[in-house]
Design a protein around this ligand. Structure first.
Ligand code: A2P
Length: 294
């Protein structure tokens, strides 16, 4: 696996980044600091994770120069009508003057307040247009823009109208949710993919899956290494394992080579054990109908 993936902007995104979804305040600052001090150069967060301030503090505490770090955050669903303000707030919270990558978190504009509901008065395509305008007007603040949780159908609608092809589509990928159609589509269109929840998120059955354990023993690594390496071995894919545990943060950065046969065997797991770790209450989201969110 290569150490980075080239984006359609010409920039390189490091193949392994630290994920911070579900990393609580009080834990995430240390995790980010520890990761950066130990060789990570890629950190992924989101306004919706409510931890941007702590991520920013971790970056500062690490002493690693900002220019050496690839930093991603995401525009939250209820902020889709106010992209410029949301960008400024994320920059402020992260304590940085620019983002390496800013993603539309979901193709799902939502209302503010609880419960957040689908905002039928706004089209996410208009959100992309605001993001494009910000990207063009402020290259000093945005080095790349992209999307997240986009299926092929949603990407097709975006590309038909977009002036800027997204640099990245960030989606859930692991053996029980391989999303191969999205990965193939993105590869064909020059969109890099970042894989979130590569382990299957918390309490994942994948870590004790017989095929994963067998390959881990064969290669002398942990099951997590097999699952992370599975994504890192794919052309055009970077991977975002989340951990707030020092030993795991270190270990998760170790990538091994897997053969095509081994990759096929891992992908077969989906035939009998399909699941998604990220399953918002789709009905509460107004029946947005993501075709691949099974
Ligand atoms: P923790 O953060 O407490 O270390 P994913 O990246 O798929 O979202 O998975 C994140 C989950 O997997 C978290 O619960 C995280 O726990 C756990 N995890 C991260 N790295 C490892 C590892 N190397 N071995 C086992 N569990 C891990």
């Amino acid at each position: 696996a290569s150490k980075s993936v080239k984006l359609n902007t010409g920039a390189e995104i490091p193949t392994v980044g630290l994920g911070t979804w579900k990393s609580a305040p009080g834990e995430v600052e240390h995790a980010v600091e520890f990761a950066l001090k130990n060789g990570y150069t890629h950190i992924d967060t989101a306004a919706a994770y409510k931890n941007e301030k702590e991520v920013g503090a971790g970056i500062k505490a690490s002493g690693v120069p900002r220019e050496s770090i690839f930093l991603t955050t995401k525009l939250d669903n209820p902020d889709q009508k106010e992209a410029p303000e949301a960008l400024e707030l994320s920059l402020k919270n992260l304590g940085t003057s620019y983002l390496d990558l800013w993603l539309m978190h979901w193709p799902a504009p939502m209302t503010k307040g609880e419960p957040a509901l689908a905002d039928k008065t706004h089209d996410w395509l208009d959100t992309w247009k605001s993001m494009e305008a910000l990207y063009k007007a402020h290259p000093d603040k945005l080095r790349a823009i992209g999307v997240s949780n986009f299926s092929v159908e949603f990407l097709e609608r975006l590309l038909a109208a977009a002036e800027v092809v997204p640099a990245v589509n960030q989606i859930e990928i692991h053996p029980s949710c391989p999303s191969e159609d999205v990965v193939a589509f993105c590869r064909a269109k020059g969109i890099a993919v970042t894989a979130y929840s590569p382990l299957g998120s918390d309490n994942s059955p994948l870590l004790t899956n017989a095929v994963v354990v067998k390959l881990a023993e064969k290669h002398g690594v942990s099951p997590a290494n097999v699952l992370i390496s599975l994504q890192a071995n794919k052309e055009g894919v970077a991977v975002l394992p989340k951990s707030v545990t020092n030993a795991r943060i270190l270990s998760n950065a170790v990538i091994i080579d897997l053969s095509d046969e081994e990759i096929k065997e891992l992908h077969k797991i989906d035939e009998t054990h399909h699941f998604r770790a990220c399953h918002p209450d789709w009905t509460g989201w107004g029946g947005l109908g993501f075709p691949d969110c099974k």
